[in-house]
Design a protein. Structure first.
Length: 260
């Protein structure tokens, strides 16, 4: 319509006001499924017409005035749509950076916690070897000295050593539990999991096309049974639920479209 002579216009279109034609173009082109290239192409047609009219004396012809007004309304809507898309794109890019930073912080926290657990597991293994070598046994009720204790027959010396070793054992176990608890709290905060529902960062990652399910499963497969592993399994379940909602057309949640 933009490049045609106004005398060739469909009478049904001519019956509309310039404002109504502008709104019609808005409804047809200012939609998410219409890509930027299509809008820019339409805008170029109408801007070319307006450029040709620039500096010209305003015609007394009502048909020409109608076409000029129509072009102004159409270009206003198309330009506004492109500005809105640019603003949304900038906001989305900002959100993507924040999501990436939060996810990186969560993974860093997980990595530090797993490294700490590995160190403490090694210390516990060394302590277990010491217990056996010195004639002690760890039972559900605590640490006991075996009857044939190799340290001699001095009961007080054996008891002091037993208390010393048991205190070290309790300290290592509590330290490992504390670090895991603190790491889980930080991970949940970094993923936006302070409240119920799908953590916001997990949901946003899936919407941006950053699939967390497979890498989280891979990480969980390398972790020993622990509260940290339980937390990771919950994050995997959250990511799976987020993906199901994205793929469900009735959920109202979808991927971020690259055309916007």
């Amino acid at each position: 319509m933009g490049g045609d002579n106004h005398r060739q216009l469909d009478p049904r279109i001519r019956a509309l006001t310039p404002e109504q034609v502008g709104l019609d173009f808005r409804d047809r082109y200012c939609r998410a499924e219409v890509d930027n290239a299509t809008i820019i192409a339409q805008l170029r047609v109408w801007n070319t017409f307006l450029d040709q009219e620039s500096g010209q004396r305003l015609s007394e012809d009502t048909e020409h005035r109608w076409l000029l007004g129509t072009a102004l309304h159409i270009t206003r809507w198309l330009q506004q749509e492109l500005r809105d898309r640019s603003a949304r794109l900038k906001e989305r890019e900002h959100t993507a950076r924040q999501v990436g930073q939060r996810l990186a912080a969560m993974l860093c926290t997980l990595g530090e916690a797993m490294a700490f657990m590995a160190d403490k597991t090694g210390e516990l293994a060394d302590l277990a070897e010491t217990l056996v070598a010195e004639g002690f046994e760890l039972t559900p009720s605590g640490l006991i000295a075996l009857p044939d204790h190799p340290r001699g027959t001095d009961p007080e010396s054996v008891e002091r050593r037993r208390i010393q070793l048991y205190a070290r054992l309790v300290h290592l176990v509590r330290e490992r539990e504390t670090v895991q608890g603190e790491a889980i709290a930080r991970m949940r905060a970094e993923l936006g999991a302070e409240n119920t529902g799908i953590p916001s960062i997990i949901s946003e990652c899936q919407r941006f096309g950053i699939d967390l399910i497979a890498p989280f499963r891979q990480l969980a497969a390398s972790m020993p049974p622990s509260p940290l592993l339980t937390a990771m399994r919950q994050f995997i379940a959250d990511a799976e639920l987020a993906q199901r909602l994205i793929e469900d057309p009735d959920s109202g949640i979808d991927f971020y479209h690259a055309t916007i």
